[in-house]
Design a protein. Sequence first.
Length: 207
Amino acid sequence: MAYSDFDLLTVQERFGLTLVEDIDLFAAVTEMVPGERLRLMLAEWAPAALAMNTEKARSEMITAPILMDAVGRIGRRVRLFSGMAFDVDKERGLNGTCDFILTRSPEHYFIARPVAAVVEAKREDLIAGLGQCAAALVAAQIFNERSREGIGGPLYGAASSGNLWRFMRLDGDQLIIDGPEYHLDRVGKILGILTAVVTREIASGEK
């Protein structure tokens, strides 16, 4: 079993999570103005990615540029990893490849603690993507807690089809599925959420 084999019910039952739904986690998050490079890239390439309708096209032409724009706003303390193996506990199925991982670490060559967020790119089925993302968040939680400092705190994730985004938060054994589903025409809100999620983690880590 791997991350891609999980659905929400399996994650909930296997790892003893309490599932909370229909909470607007990011109602207070301020929208950001997309950078000029991102705006031009989405205008040119998002229609092509949606027409091709493959996970690879949507991931490369829509999801990745949005994540890169968000990371560029935060600075060098955050790293974005794409398509990296994240084998944390193979016996429990917490292994495989994550589409995107955001870390609060300066390391370029490997995923280092602490992981802050996971984004899974899907073609259309966001519900399936939520189960996959939730499993990856459980793995990230275990990964962070294995550090000498025992890094804790909430972790965030998203399932993205490029034109649609759905977020979640794992805090202890509580998994909250964000109520709203954000369309690409609200890319400013998506950027605001991504940067808020990671910068909050940076602030808490520096106290």
